[in-house]
Design a binder for this molecule. Structure first.
Ligand SMILES: [Zn+2]
Length: 389
């Protein structure tokens, strides 16, 4: 079974937008009733849905909303409850489920029924029961049977539909190792791969820090509750969304390139603990960027994680151990005179480690000397001869 999610932008007219927002309000209201219930002790999904039918009798306006949508809220609470219990069992401090505020509650779910993708007047429309036909911009055709639609409102007020499709035709791809690559991750270079390509980190957040600070000052200066402050808060959210979009766009483009050119991609397992130790300030940038990038690679091609142990200190040609501190950017092994970028060396190690997992020996190309090395090597030789003289 192949499950795919597609996210499309919705373009509701003002009437539909009101209806969508009303949907959110109704869901939030029910959600908060369930939270009240959960405060008194653990509740099952059945308890909640039984309570929902009672609620509907007291509050007939709830009948104006898609009933399956309201039922799906119990799933949300159920998940949250279980997550909290797990935290508690593992000895973490676990609070309780909080009431949702207006701007925190931004999704509702149509599960199994109440939706249809159609065409009307040359436009793609999404029919949602109790809402109507909402214009949808499909940038690709969803494949398979639609199982669920999650409608979300972003912080800046855009509407999207996340469509979950199930495909029964499942083809298990045969693993092909003809095109493989190892990737090392970093701060200055987002990726450095074993083919010698490097991609600089776009550092989207860093670039936007100034405008962010400017808007933040505006928010701080304006009076609480005023219309102008609300406007500034919206600007702030728009900038944040833009950062998010740019980062995502970058990750998608890069992961697509890797997936198109390779069958298998090897990366090192990222240890959260190590990252804090090593990179401190840059952690946030890494954190959000890297795991998302790997997730994309994982569904676009085959991604294999290898242990990060010794990938930076081992020599990728002879296996000699060359200890170096973080500040040393060049790997230089005396045994066969291999001199190359530290991250390049690491990515070659990652590739070799990965191939070893599958019992495949080192490809011939890796043993060859790349032009980068030759350049460095001759430089080194010149240095050496200089010393002799
Ligand atoms: Zn070596």
């Amino acid at each position: 079974m192949l499950v795919r999610n597609y996210k499309f932008r919705l373009y509701p007219n003002s009437d539909q937008e009101k209806k969508l927002q009303n949907n959110l309000n109704a869901c939030r209201w029910v959600y908060n009733r369930f939270v009240e219930m959960a405060e008194r002790g653990f509740v099952t999904r059945n308890d909640m849905n039984y309570f929902l039918t009672e609620l509907k009798q007291q509050e007939p306006w709830l009948y104006n909303y898609h009933s399956k949508m309201l039922q799906m809220i119990s799933t949300q609470i159920d998940g949250a409850q279980k997550a909290l219990m797990r935290l508690h069992e593992n000895g973490h401090k676990a609070g309780k489920i909080r009431f949702a505020r207006y701007d925190e509650y931004r999704t509702f779910t149509y599960n199994q029924s109440g939706y249809k993708l159609e065409q009307s007047g040359g436009k793609d429309v999404l029919h949602l029961s109790k809402i109507g036909f909402v214009e949808i911009r499909k940038h690709r055709e969803p494949i398979g049977e639609i199982k669920q639609i999650i409608v979300t409102r972003s912080k800046s007020g855009k509407w999207h539909a996340c469509i979950t499709c199930e495909n029964t035709i499942c083809h298990i791809p045969k693993i092909n190792f003809s095109k493989v690559v190892g990737i090392d991750v970093g701060i200055t270079n987002f990726t450095y791969d074993s083919d010698g390509h490097q991609t600089p980190n776009p550092l989207n957040l860093k670039k936007m820090l100034k405008p962010l600070a400017r808007v933040q000052r505006k928010v701080a200066r304006r009076q609480i509750g005023s219309q102008n402050r609300k406007k500034a808060v919206r600007w702030y959210q728009i900038i944040h969304e833009r950062i998010k979009n740019r980062r995502k766009d970058f990750q998608h483009q890069l992961s697509t390139i890797y997936a198109k050119n390779n069958n298998v991609v090897f990366v090192e397992k990222l240890e959260k603990g190590n990252m804090v130790k090593n990179h401190k300030l840059a952690r946030n940038i890494m954190d959000s960027g890297w795991s998302a990038f790997c997730d994309m690679l994982n569904y676009k091609c085959m991604l294999v994680e290898v242990s990060a142990k010794n990938t930076t200190i081992d020599c990728s040609r002879c296996g000699n151990v060359v200890p170096k501190s973080l500040a040393v950017r060049i790997h230089s092994c005396d045994k066969y005179g291999l001199v190359l970028d530290r991250d390049y060396n690491a990515s070659r190690n990652i590739l070799q480690k990965g191939l070893r997992i599958f019992g495949i020996s080192l490809p011939q190309e890796l043993r060859k000397v790349t032009p980068v090395e030759i350049e460095n090597q001759s430089m080194k030789q010149e240095e050496a001869t200089g010393l002799v003289q």
